[in-house]
Design a protein around this ligand. Structure first.
Ligand code: ASP
Length: 585
């Protein structure tokens, strides 16, 4: 037996017991005659003490002094109460007086310190991820992930969902990203695509009568990466038959509340608020508003146009936000906001400010507007003394997006985005389609299997006024992060064909790509709908961090590369030949 206890287990009540521990050397301290060693495993740290005494003890002390960081050792000894206790460690009241020490393996000096606060940079930590994962704070992320996965299964299973696995080598499932493809050896020139999601399979499971399906499943999307995106990520994927939108929202609101309660100990007794897509765009400039703070948009076209200020007069939209309590900001601080919105990623031209100080209202456009006119703006925002209005103008969509960035930036500057204050929200009533400005082509806003609202269905068949067709599609947003989304699906062949036509597929293309689904809809497909939730994102949200890589055991870097195993990598000529492939260049 390698050990009798873990390094996180022993307490004062264990005093006097002879125990065997095994783990890694966290550090060694040589205090004159005494040598202390911190031994670490997944469960904690226990202090080993080496007392110089007789000859045997001297030999042990000498051995302890040879221990380097991260050596793997086994120690046998007696549990003793510590003279100077460490209240920061659960095991801090005891130490093991070592009688026998076995070095199970030595270790090179690690390239960074294996502690919560490490000196290792991101790339180095990813290259040696197996060392990074030894750090207690990273390990905690995986304990959290595990607990959440268990609670997801507990909740869904209690609601009669069946966990069913779906294949990974499939055909394209369009979720709006590029596919990763896998060449076939047996069918040269043909390719599998990795699922962007199990969307079509879960719908087929509904046709198959499974009624309620879920899967905690890997999805693959070849798209540009960000802190909250990885090329392979995990979804809690769900589908339900014989449901309306309301049933789905209630079921998954239940899941969210269950996770909040069981994992974080937070009770949400009220229903989550709901907001229409249009309302979200108008009020917050985005479809995933962060409701931890208000700072809602107010439009000023009626009050601010036609008074001779060209920037406003020529704009499609004049819109602003009220930064409460910021009237005292210095010129340098407000210039900082202008610099922020002028960055190329945001691309705005400027901000008009209105301050309300003891001296009254003062704006950067005073020469165009009378004080009473500015007072009308102030009223619209519910502005009071001490506040600062930030107003932007231009094309409506673009200006809303830019003001959204400014709002979030102000939220950060004013510390209004506490990671432990959770504000969930359903965004509903998404448009079914959106048009690409350049090509004029229509794209599915959610995915091509989403049904139009029944009252708008005729427009889809007639290919008329497509921009106004709404869908029973919804997103769960928590703290400005899209945690998941879904929709009521099309379950009728003619409607699905109309949808493909709207998206610019010829009937032949639609049949080639999705004939299996169209066929299935002719064999008694029940009405159905579902949703999927980004599991990595959800875990990172509950872990109080925004970088999902910290919650994925072996993540890829921002260039899609696994730094540890060094993938992607070349394959050899024989393999290429077998696959019937040739690499150019
Ligand atoms: N398949 C969708 C997605 O991955 C979710 C859904 O509609 O259920 O976003």
């Amino acid at each position: 037996m390698y050990r009798t206890h873990t390094c996180g287990e022993l307490r004062l009540v264990d005093t006097g017991k002879t125990v065997t521990l095994a783990g890694w050397i966290q550090r060694t301290r040589d205090l004159g005659g005494m040598t202390f060693v911190d031994l670490r495993d997944r469960y904690g740290i226990t202090q080993l003490a080496f007392n110089p005494g007789g000859e045997a003890q001297q030999a042990l002390v000498a051995q302890a002094r040879t221990l380097g960081r991260e050596f793997v050792v086994q120690a046998v000894g007696v549990v003793k109460e510590r003279e100077s206790k460490n209240d920061n460690l659960p095991t801090g009241a005891v130490e093991i007086v070592v009688q026998e020490l076995n070095i199970l393996n030595d270790a090179k000096t690690p390239p960074f310190t294996i502690e919560d606060e490490t000196d290792g940079g991101d790339e180095l930590r990813m290259k040696y991820r197996y060392l990074d994962l030894r750090r207690p704070n990273i390990r905690k992320n995986f304990e959290l992930r595990h607990r959440m996965a268990i609670e997801v299964r507990n909740y869904l299973s209690a609601q009669h969902f069946l966990e069913v696995e779906t294949p990974v080598l499939i055909k394209s499932t369009p979720e709006g990203a590029r596919d990763f493809v896998v060449p076939s050896r047996m069918h040269q020139g043909e390719f599998y695509a990795l699922p962007q999601s199990p969307q079509t399979f879960k719908q087929l499971l509904m046709v198959a009568g499974m009624d309620r399906y879920f899967q905690i499943v890997k999805c693959f999307r070849d798209e540009d990466l960000r802190a909250d995106r990885q090329p392979e990520f995990t979804q809690i994927d769900c589908e339900m038959a014989f449901v309306e939108q309301e049933d789905i929202l209630n079921t998954f609101e239940g899941l969210a509340k269950h996770l909040f309660r069981t994992v974080l100990g937070k009770a949400f007794n009220e229903p989550f608020p709901r907001m229409g897509f249009d309302q979200a765009m108008k009020g917050y400039g985005c479809d995933k508003p962060d409701l931890r703070f208000d700072m809602r948009f107010h439009e000023l076209n009626d009050l601010a146009q036609g008074k001779g200020f060209k920037v406003f007069d020529e704009a499609e939209l004049v819109v602003g936000i009220n930064a409460e309590g910021c009237a005292g900001w210095s010129r340098k601080q407000t210039d900082g906001l202008i610099d922020f919105v002028k960055r190329p990623q945001i691309g705005a031209t400027g901000i008009v400010f209105v301050k309300w100080t003891e001296e009254g209202l003062k704006s950067t456009v005073d020469k165009f507007f009378a004080p009473e006119q500015i007072m009308e703006w102030a009223k619209r925002f519910g502005m009071k003394e001490g506040d600062l209005l930030c107003i932007m103008a231009g094309k409506a969509d673009k200006t809303r997006k830019q003001l959204n960035e400014l709002r979030l930036h102000l939220g950060d500057l004013l510390d209004l985005r506490d990671p432990w204050a959770f504000k969930p929200l359903w965004v509903v009533d998404f448009p079914l389609l959106e048009q690409d400005e350049e090509t004029g082509r229509w794209h599915a806003m959610h995915h091509p299997f989403t049904a139009p609202k029944p009252e708008d269905a005729q427009k889809l068949f007639d290919q008329q006024d497509l921009g106004s067709v709404r869908a029973n599609a919804y997103d769960l947003v928590i703290n400005g992060t899209e945690i998941g989304g879904g929709s009521i699906r099309i379950h009728d062949r003619a409607m699905q064909e109309a949808m493909f036509r709207a998206l610019g597929f010829t009937d032949e293309e639609a049949r080639y790509k999705f004939g299996f689904l169209l066929d299935a809809f002719e064999y008694g497909a029940p009405p159905h709908g579902g949703a999927a939730f980004g599991f990595d994102r959800w875990v990172s949200l509950f872990g109080g961090r925004s970088d999902i890589r910290e919650f994925i055991a072996f993540p890829k870097n921002n260039a899609g590369r696994d730094m540890m195993i060094d993938a992607p990598s070349r394959i050899d000529a024989v393999q290429l030949k077998e696959l019937g492939l040739e690499v150019k260049g």
